[in-house]
Write a protein that binds this ligand. Structure first.
Ligand code: SD4
Length: 345
């Protein structure tokens, strides 16, 4: 089916209701006016988008959609995002999350332990405090005071296995990310996401951006960071402008991949600013990826970073360093997991 036929068919037939696996160039990214849209990172995004869609389809606010959406992933027992994820080097799961709405309101938490839904704590930081970011024990105290239950400090079965395995060698960097950085020779990784033996990328994050029926944008990002990271390490996900940025006049962007390198270029903010200059979401994501690759030089081969952006017209774009990143999209006429464009195999 060519692209035009595909879009036409998917707009009017029930085929659109089933999840489609389609190629990166195989769909029309322009959205119909008044049509809400949600996009999110990796395959877990498919399930998260469904929850977000429940809000968007009834005319709900994008902010509610992006919170409810990623809560699905935080609660999944998939050893990826949330409390079931891999721990740090000392055996503790520490979580980061951020959220941003159409008015430049934003909130985030970092190095948060024993709380099931960091994204909701981030939203409370945004709505109930004069601050943007709370970390560590302070973030946990705030969460508890807000009524979030303190979960038991235990690893999921899978995370325990992974940790026991990791402890055998206690090697700080997974083999694929053994970076001898040109910038800082003491940069020992990290580590997220890294390539598994089967060639797929492990990942620990969900980022989501959405536009509601009123045309307002919001975004969320939540993560366990990087498995076996140094205690206290915080990545890009809770840092506004790095893992997430929303400018309701222009667009929204979220990131996944090695957070240190996303922070270095204020990645999501960079993508939004490039869209402001007239680039399409995909072009903007590509430029940001190229900037990281230029900085990293040869080391870029060993890391994965991807950006996912949505502009005010409802156009979507992504770009990754490596093959293997895909994103989930949901709008009236389409529900799909789409492989991203990339620079290298
Ligand atoms: C981090 N960006 O903490 C996150 C990791 C990630 O899939 O995206 N993993 O650096």
């Amino acid at each position: 089916m060519n692209r035009r036929k595909f879009v036409k068919a998917s707009a009017f037939s029930s085929m659109a209701l089933s999840i489609q696996k389609i190629g990166a160039c195989n769909f029309d990214s322009a959205v119909v006016k008044d049509n809400p849209i949600v996009i999110s990172t990796w395959d877990a995004g498919l399930r998260a988008n469904k929850a977000a869609w429940q809000i968007l389809k009834d005319g709900g606010r994008a902010l509610d959609a992006v919170e409810k959406g990623v809560m699905v992933t935080e609660a999944e027992q998939n050893c990826c995002v949330g409390l079931s994820a891999n721990p740090d080097r000392d055996g503790f799961v520490t979580l980061d999350a951020s959220i941003m709405d159409e008015y430049f309101n934003c909130g985030s938490v970092a190095f948060l332990e024993r709380i099931k839904h960091p994204i909701s704590v981030a939203r409370r930081v945004m709505e109930k405090t004069p601050h943007v970011m709370l970390v560590g024990s302070g973030a946990q105290e705030f969460a508890v005071a807000e009524g979030f239950p303190l979960e038991p400090q235990e690893l999921s079965e899978q995370a325990q296995k992974n940790y026991d395995n990791w402890l055998k060698k206690s090697k700080y960097t997974p083999p694929a990310i053994n970076v001898e950085s040109q910038i800082n020779p003491k940069n020992h990784g990290p580590f997220a996401p890294y390539k598994l033996d089967n060639g797929e990328w492990n990942h620990d994050t969900i980022g989501m951006v959405a536009m509601d029926a009123k045309g307002n944008l919001s975004g969320s990002c939540t993560t366990s960071g990087a498995g076996f990271k140094m205690r206290g390490r915080v990545g890009d996900s809770p840092i506004i402008g790095a893992g997430l940025f929303v400018d309701n006049e222009i667009g929204a962007c979220t990131a996944t991949g090695q957070g240190e390198d996303v922070i270095r270029i204020a990645g999501s903010h960079t993508v939004v600013e490039l869209m402001r200059q007239g680039l399409s979401p995909e072009e903007a994501c590509q430029k940001a990826i190229e900037r990281i690759m230029k900085i990293k030089g040869k080391d870029a081969e060993k890391i994965q970073v991807a950006f996912l952006a949505l502009n005010k017209k409802g156009e979507v774009g992504t770009y990754a360093i490596h093959k293997g990143f895909s994103y989930a999209i949901k709008r009236n006429d389409l529900e799909a997991l789409i492989p991203s464009k990339y620079k290298m195999e």
